[in-house]
Ligand binder design. Structure first.
Ligand code: ZN
Length: 424
């Protein structure tokens, strides 16, 4: 006779389930403990009030589909409330990237005034405006009303809505079917990745093409880019995992390009399962590379946390040596990735006297968690730090060029990946 169920924990009972395949998530990829939201810069009043919130930042990997994913730990409205609206057009390199994309896609797929281009998470129209210039009809789908308004003002037809299977059906039913769909840097941000991808099947024409750009998990692992992990990112994507999500929703990849944004991203070209697009060698190559690096073996993922700890040991040793010898240590770049880095290693305002950042919105505030003050780059000549740690490693060359004058007083540049070292 079976024992009565007393509600005792059973294996897998309290574990979160995979966002995609619903398998219990037994394996941790990286547990970064409790961290504040990486984009919540504090005012002096907030700092004194001591009301800063922290949430678990625990990333797991599914041993069935190998989707690497963060636990749901933050109420959706907390992320929405505390992050300021991001206007894509403010970044000149991003706009140039968008223009090159529009031209390349138009040429490759023969887009013309009879085509339709749909972008999901179209922001302020930074991308679609380039198709409008070429007289190619567009539709943007954007959940944030104030950014969508900017798009409409510049002549980019935009619907304010979240994209999902339901909204995909709705667009299709009213006759919006696309030759090209773009989803740049949004796949990692959607909580329900399967439902999101399902929408593309409904909107895409039979021979239409959807492109997804996302930071490549393989880069994150190889370069120990754990600082790209923060609460706004729900998934960390490989071709292996994304391909399964696509196929489960009637789509498949057929080509891939490697792009340099966010430290190494993939642009995946996708179509309906039965479409004529032929698979390219480039796609096979990325598949083989992920295979060779062990992304389809669960042991590979377990090896990541010790490598992050090694980055931390090197960083802590650098701080300790610097402080012991009386060096004044500052940092450059108050971006989300720097906050994950500093908070993971328990850095405090005692360790680093200030972080310089060009964004006026952040100056005069304090970094979340570490409470290091954010200063204007112009202040650097007064502060005269002995060491300047470059936090956004993707902008290293740019920062070193702009700040070259710190060498006037013997200031040194310092990088932290994969170990902390002074640049000669
Ligand atoms: Zn899964």
């Amino acid at each position: 006779m079976p024992l009565p169920d007393r509600g005792l924990p059973r294996p897998g009972m309290s574990l979160p389930l995979c966002r995609f395949c619903r398998t219990p998530l037994v394996h941790t990829f990286l547990d970064l403990g409790n961290q504040p939201l990486a984009n919540s810069y504090l005012t002096a009043e907030q700092l004194v009030a001591g009301t800063e919130k922290a949430y678990p930042l625990h990333v797991r990997v599914c041993d069935n589909c190998f989707l690497v994913q963060a636990d749901d730990a933050v109420p959706a409205n907390a992320i929405f409330d505390e992050t300021y609206a991001y206007f894509s057009s403010y970044s000149t390199s991003w706009v140039a990237h968008a223009k090159a994309y529009a031209r390349a896609m138009t040429e490759r797929f023969g887009l013309n005034p009879g085509s339709l281009v749909v972008e999901v998470a179209s922001n302020d129209g930074y991308l679609l405006q380039h198709f409008v210039e070429m007289d190619i009809p567009v539709l943007g789908v954007e959940p944030t009303a104030n950014t969508a308004k900017v798009a409409l003002d510049r002549g980019v037809r935009t619907d304010v809505m979240f994209f999902s299977e339901q909204t995909g059906r709705l667009l299709s039913a009213r006759g919006d079917r696309a030759d090209l769909m773009a989803a740049n840097n949004v796949l990692a941000h959607v909580p329900n990745i399967g439902d999101f991808v399902a929408g593309f099947r409904h909107v895409l024409k039979d021979e239409g093409v959807a492109t997804f750009e996302f930071p490549h998990l393989l880069n994150l692992i190889q370069k120990v880019q754990f600082d790209t992990i923060y609460h706004e990112h729900f998934s960390y994507l490989s071709l292996l995992a994304v391909e399964q999500v696509l196929r489960a929703n009637g789509l498949r990849p057929f080509d891939v390009e490697r792009i340099v944004t966010h430290g190494g991203s993939l642009r995946l070209f996708c179509c309906h399962l039965g479409s004529r697009h032929e698979e390219t060698d480039a796609l096979t190559k990325v598949r083989e590379e992920e295979q060779a690096e062990g992304l389809s073996q669960i042991e590979t993922y377990a090896g990541f946390a010790p490598r992050v700890e090694a980055v931390g040991e090197s960083f802590r040793a650098f701080l300790a040596t610097g402080k012991a010898s009386g060096r004044r240590i500052a940092a450059y770049g108050a971006a989300a990735k720097g906050n994950t880095f500093l908070n993971t290693f328990g850095t405090i305002s005692n360790d680093i006297i200030g972080v310089f950042d060009a964004s006026p919105a952040k100056q005069g505030r304090f970094l979340p968690g570490s409470h290091i003050p954010v200063l204007a780059p112009a202040d650097i000549r007064q502060v005269r730090p002995d060491d300047l740690i470059i936090l956004p490693w993707n902008l290293k060359d740019e920062i070193m060029t702009q700040m070259a004058f710190i060498e006037d007083w013997g200031g040194r540049f310092v990088t932290t990946f994969p170990e902390t070292k002074v640049l000669a």
